[in-house]
Design a protein around this ligand. Structure first.
Ligand code: PGA
Length: 253
């Protein structure tokens, strides 16, 4: 993974149909024509599974990558109704996959399952966006750091390839609520996450740390001066080309 890259990753969640490719067309023309957009920036769009192949084929030689929002914890094929394996995601030409989003953790994903998903996703050479984040109660009880540390150490280990892992800090209380952590908290937490990752991977290589939770075009500038934040996982605002493009523009203007 390129160093100093800034990631803008759109997590569409349960949104999109075949003609939503128009949103990507608009983002793609922006990328191609805006003079300030350069190789330092990376856009990834994560539509629902059923749209991955269509989108990935269309944008294969363009500067938008396609990702999946989750994967099953077993590889190849199996008798698991409605499951999609990392192998199938890769075959559909997706390059990324989210693992551990709080929407899915809350459906009963254990650390063991997350570990399996991560191992198989990496085996298939998918780049993993591994999500961590505390809930409102944990924040209130000042347990945030402990929670994040636990989520990182229970699943990540130094045998995994750090070149294929991005960590997304997404406080659950911030997702879809319009609330974001204070500037000081973000500085402190992103530094702590960096410290934990250094200890786990024992490498000088810096894994990208993303922030996710209510990112929009009006609050994006606040993140710019936080050195440890290498990009964003964007939900609601990624479903509109205008809002998504405005986030990128406001970030570098
Ligand atoms: P949000 O979602 O930007 O709508 O808060 C972020 C996410 O859940 O990844």
């Amino acid at each position: 993974m390129a160093i100093n890259m800034k990631y803008f990753i759109g997590n569409w969640k349960m949104f999109g149909k075949p003609n939503s490719i128009n949103i990507l067309n608009k983002i793609n023309s922006f990328i191609k024509t805006d003079k300030k957009y350069n190789k330092k920036y990376k856009v990834v769009i994560m539509p629902p599974f059923i749209l991955i192949e269509q989108f990935a084929k269309k944008f294969i030689n363009q500067r938008i990558d396609i990702g999946a929002q989750n994967c099953f914890h077993k590889d190849k094929f199996g008798s698991n109704t409605a499951a999609i394996s990392p192998y199938m995601i890769k075959a559909a030409k997706s390059k990324y996959v989210i693992i551990g989003h709080s929407d899915n953790r809350s459906e009963g994903e254990t650390d063991l399952i997350l570990k399996e998903k991560l191992n198989i996703a990496l085996k298939n050479r998918l780049k993993v966006v591994f999500c961590i984040g505390e809930n409102k109660k944990q924040k209130k009880k000042k347990q945030t750091l402990k929670v994040l540390k636990n989520q990182l150490t229970k699943v990540l280990n130094k045998k995994l390839d750090p070149n294929y892992i991005l960590v997304a800090y997404e406080p659950i209380w911030s997702i879809g609520t319009g609330k974001i952590p204070s500037f000081n908290d973000l500085v402190k937490l992103s530094k702590s996450i960096r410290g934990v990752l250094k200890k786990i991977f024992k490498t000088k290589r810096k894994l990208p740390i993303l922030y996710g939770g209510s990112v929009d075009s009006s609050n994006i500038k606040q993140f710019k001066s936080i050195k440890e934040i290498d990009g964003f996982l964007i939900g609601g605002a990624s479903k509109s080309s205008k809002k998504f493009i405005d986030i990128i523009k406001n970030y570098y203007r």
